[in-house]
Ligand binder design. Structure first.
Ligand code: GLC
Length: 423
């Protein structure tokens, strides 16, 4: 009898120990731009509830470059402070060696995602991150203001400049002295690389470093592109744009004080929010071309979720990632948050298309978006980008002429690339 009781007690203790060992706290670090944090937390909490685990959200800075610096610090220290990371489309090459191979956890579901994202997130034989949402630069415009002032949706940057100025001046004369023509991301960070790559590519000036490794940024079309953008500062864009990231530009547009805005898709659902003063007044178009011989160019962005190799709960963290990147969660995020899915079939989902007309209408923007030069520059991508955004920022703030800034950048990138060989 005594023996049975003891055995039972031991069994209970063992059971309790397993239960305790299984329930874990997974620390997730997702970005907080717009509604990102709220959506991240919602999906992570749902997983925690379903599995009996806990999640803790670690909020990093909103600025993508600051977030990268933090993640690099945590990962290079081999720390388990964060289990799940929100990884930018340009980071797998930079962080990949610290990330877990997710292949054993996907059950083949990666086949449903855009192959380009899966390729982008594959490091050697390892799938280091699951695609979560896709981004491409878009032009948001005030339908009501363009109509009121007899303007068309611009197709070239010159048309945009002229329309922006016209509407801005007329609105100011009519009493809205806060009105600006065009807001975008001009702070010296990764977001400026995205904006400036769009300008340069739209003028036919290449994509900084070409796929064969050649540094291409010193050319008259790129110079013209930067010159054009510099002419906006203080004229149709507030000087403060030189310190704007995504949310600062959206703040101005969302308050009703800008005619045009360059931003990512997330801005759509916020513009359409119940309490939004611009609800039903906003249109979305492709970004303008450099000129008659230019092209529409949207920078390809996007985010994925990855698990740290140093996580003490790697299998659970991977399970959380699979839940958060699943079709059901991506569908909810698309409908309520206008986050573009990375699962191909969701673009045919009637509810998603209804909530986000631009996803169907501008499909080409997403499939032909311009990639940042990560393939050629590999582990040195962040240095390339850092030098490019600094050179651009100097031109925008009037500290350097485009030709000078691009010549210096060319010299420095050529050196960094070991003459275009990158080895
Ligand atoms: C968005 C994009 C990302 C880009 C960043 C720049 O988060 O998804 O790819 O690097 O914006 O700010």
């Amino acid at each position: 009898m005594k023996r049975t009781a003891l055995t039972l007690a031991a069994a209970c203790a063992a059971l309790f120990a397993t239960t305790v060992a299984q329930a874990a706290t997974i620390k997730v670090s997702c970005s907080g731009v717009g509604q990102e944090l709220e959506f991240c937390k919602g999906a992570a909490d749902a997983w925690a509830k379903k599995t009996g685990n806990e999640v803790q959200i670690v909020t990093p800075p909103n600025d993508a470059s600051e977030r990268l610096a933090l993640f690099q610090q945590v990962l290079s220290a081999g720390s388990d402070k964060i289990d799940v990371f929100q990884v930018d489309v340009v980071w797998p090459g930079l962080l990949g060696s610290h990330l877990l191979d997710l292949k054993p956890y996907t059950k083949g579901v990666e086949k449903e995602h855009f192959a380009s994202f899966i390729g982008n997130n594959t490091n050697g034989a390892k799938l280091v991150a699951m695609p979560w949402f896709a981004n491409a630069g878009l032009l948001f415009y005030r339908k009501d203001l363009l109509q009121k002032h007899g303007q068309k949706v611009p197709t070239t940057w010159d048309e945009l400049s002229a329309s922006a100025k016209k509407v801005q001046d007329a609105e100011r004369a009519g009493g809205n002295d806060k009105m600006w023509g065009y807001v975008w991301q001009g702070r010296a960070y990764e977001g400026l690389t995205c904006n400036a790559l769009e300008w340069v590519a739209s003028f036919g000036g290449g994509s900084i470093v070409e796929p064969d490794g050649k540094v291409s940024v010193k050319n008259p079309k790129a110079a013209k592109a930067l010159q054009t953008a510099a002419s906006w500062v203080g004229a149709i864009s507030p000087t403060a744009v030189l310190n704007y990231a995504e949310e600062e530009s959206r703040g101005v547009f969302q308050a009703g004080n800008a005619v045009f805005m360059r931003n990512w898709p997330y801005a759509w659902s916020l513009a359409q929010g119940q309490d939004s003063v611009i609800k039903d007044k906003v249109g979305v178009a492709v970004l303008p071309k450099g000129g008659a011989d230019g092209r529409n160019a949207a920078t390809l962005g996007g985010e994925a979720l990855a698990v740290s190799k140093y996580s003490k709960n790697a299998a659970l963290a991977a399970d959380l990632v699979m839940h958060m990147t699943s079709a059901a969660v991506q569908k909810d995020r698309a409908i309520r948050g206008s986050f573009n899915p990375t699962i191909t079939a969701l673009y045919k989902d009637p509810e998603i298309v209804k909530a986000n007309p631009f996803m169907g209408e501008l499909e080409g923007t997403f499939t032909s978006a311009v990639a940042r030069p990560t393939t050629a520059s590999g582990a040195r991508y962040n240095q390339v980008s850092n030098q490019f955004w600094n050179a651009t920022h100097e031109v925008l703030s009037g500290k350097a002429k485009p030709d000078e800034a691009l010549s210096r950048l060319d010299q420095s990138l050529t050196k960094l690339s070991k003459g275009g060989k990158w080895n």
